[in-house]
Design a protein around this ligand. Structure first.
Ligand code: DON
Length: 305
């Protein structure tokens, strides 16, 4: 497959496109990002790295980190135990919605909405000493880069405006589904969202989901093949919140978005692919990123469907 020439066409097509989306501003530090940044990286199992634009510049991974926290939790607990605390159904609601939690007794619909990721953070705190360090270690290992870190300004900025996540935590704690102090869970969750990675680093990390749970650079089995199948199924059905159907419909790959403007997606057995463009559509997903991935599966002529 001529991936580099396909990516070059996507870059060209995108340059003609008017993007009306806005940079996330509810986390003030994210509002400072240049909205016109745009990069894409594809890491193919058989033929290596391809990309363009701002693919090597780090950005805030935000909700993409929820896939890594789910991976860490699934590597520590058996699925029966874990999925008693969080379900695996699409929510059809915005990422930070509270509404289903009350009538569903504090059990979040899935681990990729905020409520679910907060439960996963609570589980990690109960299971690990120093979960922040373990979290960073996982990402550094799978992206083969020991320099990956958080942006402390983004962390502080989000902490000041975390009222909604605190509300989700309080509601879930009232149902007994949060075991640790609210502040500790909020800290871990905000920490994971403030991690910065480039498209290239993220594609390298996401290769474990395309490569049956193994890193490509040294063939380490990070998580079992069966669990990767389940993580990919959750990404496919829940990775884009109330736009998960739209992403499946247009792109046809399991993927995860973040309000920093990143998207990571995989084609099992083929490649991991990432995009970064900070202009978001009204549902909080990168407008140009979704366009670029739709063009990728169209121009290559294959998706998982
Ligand atoms: O909790 C929040 O609001 C952010 N730290 C993450 C939200 C996010 O990335 C939603 N994704 N598109």
């Amino acid at each position: 497959m001529e991936y580099q020439s396909i990516l070059n066409s996507i870059e060209k097509e995108a340059s003609y496109k008017e993007s009306s989306g806005n940079v996330a501003s509810y986390i003030p530090e994210l509002a400072k990002i240049d909205p016109n940044k745009f990069g894409m990286h594809l890491y193919c199992i058989n033929s290596g790295h391809y990309g363009f634009g701002d693919q090597q510049e780090r950005f805030s991974i935000q909700s993409i980190s929820k896939v890594f926290s789910l991976t860490l939790a699934m590597s520590l607990l058996n699925d029966d135990e874990l999925f008693k605390r969080v379900d695996v159904e699409p929510s059809g609601d915005p990422f930070n919605s509270l509404v289903q939690l009350e009538y569903e007794n504090g059990i979040p619909r899935n681990p990729l909405i905020n409520a679910g990721a907060l439960v996963i953070a609570d589980i990690l705190i109960s299971t690990l000493d120093n979960p922040e360090e373990k979290f960073l270690n996982l990402i550094r290992t799978i992206s083969d880069n020991s320099e990956i870190n958080i942006n402390p300004k983004v962390f502080q900025s989000e902490k000041k405006f975390s009222h909604r996540n605190a509300a989700l935590l309080n509601l879930m704690k009232s149902f007994g589904n949060i075991k640790n102090p609210i502040e500790a869970v909020l800290d871990l969750y905000t920490f994971q969202c403030a991690i910065e990675m480039s498209c290239k680093e993220l594609a390298t990390a996401f290769m474990i989901y395309a490569n049956s749970g193994k890193t490509l650079f040294d063939d380490t089995q990070m998580i079992s093949e069966r669990k990767v199948k389940r993580i990919n199924a959750i990404m496919q059905t829940c990775g884009f919140y109330d736009e998960a159907g739209e992403f499946s419909f247009r792109v046809g790959l399991p993927g995860k978005s973040g309000v920093g403007g990143g998207i990571a997606a995989i084609h099992p057995g083929q490649y991991a692919v990432t995009t970064w463009s900070p202009r978001l559509n009204p549902k909080g997903n990168s407008e140009l990123g979704m366009f670029a991935l739709e063009r990728l599966t169209t121009l290559t002529g294959f998706s998982i469907f």
